[in-house]
Design a protein around this ligand. Structure first.
Ligand SMILES: Nc1nc2c(ncn2[C@@H]2O[C@H](COP(=O)(O)OP(=O)(O)O)[C@@H](O)[C@H]2O)c(=O)[nH]1
Ligand SMILES: Nc1ncnc2c1ncn2[C@@H]1O[C@H](COP(=O)(O)OP(=O)(O)O)[C@@H](O)[C@H]1O
Length: 226
């Protein structure tokens, strides 16, 4: 039985978390859980939680920790027998502590991307709301302008992706993420990647995950059998 692998990816808005997470999910068969996607799903479904979180998400404010934990932990308990990758959770120290009550992470990827790059990327970001698929007019345009490649449904832009909203989101992200990054650094599981181009960062992440996932104790056990 291969050991389970649990990872998280952290980074400011526009840093490429969603893009890199999709590549990781495809290359390594991990379940991909995006907190932003679940929040938008509950908003679109107009659930009781959705009505509550809408006011925060629309202002790019952090949703209260107990709401996020209640949204994410049951999904993780449901996946307790699987390997997965978390995007956008935990975002605060108390969320990280709530997660550690359920399970320990094996690896955390942290993306450090310059402000100008974030601003440029977000202004060109288009999203298919239902699936969370992400496009970029410069980097990965849809086959048909404004339409999702799989469903043909219209793509949208998020209000808070406008440049004037980015500075505040970025400062807030850094203030909140710093203690979480320090926590995982102290646990020796944080791996940081800097740069302006996902395609240049990806090979390093790919080889890191290959090493970490294929060097699990169960593998080493197999080599010990006579
Ligand atoms: N030009 C460019 N755009 C990128 C690159 N990597 C991701 N993007 C695009 O930049 C936007 C932000 O990426 P995304 O994965 O959504 O970042 P997230 O907010 O951290 O999840 C999206 O439109 C991506 O398609 C890159 O290396 N170059
Ligand atoms: N773990 C979380 N804790 C609190 N709020 C969150 C969390 N994840 C997402 N959010 C809220 O939902 C919004 C959208 O999240 P996301 O799609 O990850 O966008 P971004 O990466 O730009 O913050 C965030 O700006 C924040 O308001």
């Amino acid at each position: 039985m291969a050991k389970l692998f649990r990872a998280a990816i952290m980074g400011p808005p526009g840093s490429g978390k969603g893009t890199i997470s999709q590549r990781i999910a495809q290359s390594f068969g991990l379940q991909y859980l995006s907190s932003g996607h679940y929040l938008r799903e509950s908003i679109a479904a107009n659930t009781e939680a959705g009505v509550l979180v809408r006011t925060y998400v629309e202002r790019s404010m952090l949703v209260p920790d107990h709401v996020m934990t209640r949204l994410m932990l049951p999904r993780l308990e449901h996946l307790i027998g699987h390997s997965w990758l978390l995007d956008g959770f935990p975002r605060t120290l108390s969320q990280a502590q709530a997660l550690s009550n359920l399970c320990q992470l094996d690896l955390v990827i942290s993306l450090n991307i310059p402000y100008e790059t974030l601003k440029e990327r977000l202004s060109d970001r288009w999203i298919h709301p239902a699936s969370g698929r992400v496009y970029n007019m410069g980097f990965n345009p849809p086959r048909v302008q404004g339409k999702d490649d799989i469903t043909g449904e219209p793509l949208i832009q998020h209000d808070d992706d406008k440049p004037e909203a980015l500075m505040a989101r970025l400062r807030h992200y850094k203030d909140v993420a710093k203690p979480v990054i320090n926590l995982y650094k102290s646990q020796g599981i944080l791996h940081s990647f800097s740069g302006t181009d996902t395609d240049r960062i990806w090979p390093y992440i790919n080889s890191l995950l290959s090493t970490k996932m294929h060097m699990q104790p169960s593998d080493s056990f197999q080599t010990q059998t006579p």
